[in-house]
Design a protein around this ligand. Structure first.
Ligand code: NAP
Length: 280
């Protein structure tokens, strides 16, 4: 099992990353109850070896990026690869509307740079493909900003194999972020295609929003490794494919440490097989 994933000659990251979506207020809307604590969760992740952090302008909106900016400024030599996203607008708690108008995507790239305090984005993911615009228009605008040096790599989120192939005709795609975990493997075909192409597959909801932090089979196997069920769910993802980069979200520094420690667990084949049976 590879511990790292290589994006290019300069960017190699630990496969176990962190996602910022749990940091803003309820429904991923508004500020965290404690902004200092939110930044502290991120510095804890960095201090424990995380160097791949997923965020988005739409988380808060912007609050998650501001906490990340604060954390990065506290750890100026950390060399964290930031993966952010554009293409979702927000109307209130738990409300998300895709907007792929190229002018809007361009504005959001600029606002991500500003809110994160960065001069370029290592990985910019299109959060959703907006059916009102073509893939050429949406990915094409990101490719233009790549040529301008504002974006290093382009990724996609929640796409089919066909959409991924269509986007690859417009620009090189280095990552795809789709919902995937131990009990939700609807996008197995996308994962298999990503593996063939050495595209990073970033599973969102890696813990099924917390459902995979308990359960009989997970708890039984966790006991064998003196681990927590959440760590076993993450270890399963790491073993499933070397292109998988899990980004578990948490607002709890202790959970951050626990999740990162999951990369030390090498599941035995027999346990991996037992966990495979949990797919619904
Ligand atoms: N591309 C997309 O469309 C998309 C959609 C959703 C999410 N994402 C990204 O994927 C990341 C992960 O998804 P997610 O955060 O929504 O869901 P998740 O990682 O599946 O689960 C997060 C939940 O698990 C709990 N948790 C985390 N670690 C734990 C541990 N060790 N023990 C017990 N509970 C634990 C958290 O609660 P506590 O805070 O109490 O730890 C939180 O309630 C997000 O942060 C975001 O970056 C992307």
């Amino acid at each position: 099992m590879q511990k790292e994933f290589k994006f290019d000659s300069e960017l190699t990251v630990n496969r176990l990353g962190y996602g910022t979506m749990q940091l803003p207020g309820k429904g991923v809307w508004g500020p965290a109850t404690d902004a200092k604590q939110a930044a502290n969760v991120i510095t804890t992740a960095i201090d424990n070896g995380v160097n791949f952090i997923d965020t988005a302008d739409s988380y808060g909106p912007f609050y998650a990026n501001l906490y990340l900016k604060d954390a990065l400024q506290q750890r100026p030599n950390s060399q964290v690869m930031v993966a952010t996203k554009v293409g979702f607008t927000r109307q209130g708690p738990n409300q998300w509307t895709a907007v792929g108008n190229p002018a809007y995507l361009r504005q959001q790239v600029e606002l991500n740079l500003f809110s994160l305090g960065l001069d370029h984005l290592d990985l910019l993911q299109l959060h959703r493909i907006d059916p009102n615009f073509t893939i050429e228009e949406q990915v094409g605008e990101l490719a233009a900003m790549q040529k301008e040096g504002k974006i290093k790599h382009i990724g996609l989120s929640q796409v089919s194999v066909e959409q991924l192939k269509a986007a690859q005709k417009v620009a090189p795609i280095v990552s795809v972020q789709n919902r995937y975990n131990l009990v939700d493997r609807a996008d197995e075909a996308v994962l298999n295609y990503a593996e063939q192409q050495h595209i990073a597959f970033i599973p969102w909801f890696p813990l099924a929003t917390g459902k995979l932090t308990s359960g009989d089979t997970l708890s039984e196997i966790a006991a064998k490794y003196d681990a927590e069920p959440a760590q076993i769910a993450l270890a399963w993802l790491l073993k499933r494919s070397d292109v998988i980069l899990p980004i578990p979200g948490t607002s709890n520094p202790e959970h951050v440490k626990q999740n990162i420690a999951a990369q030390e667990i090498e599941l035995a084949d027999v346990d991996f097989a037992a966990l495979n049976q949990l797919n619904k």
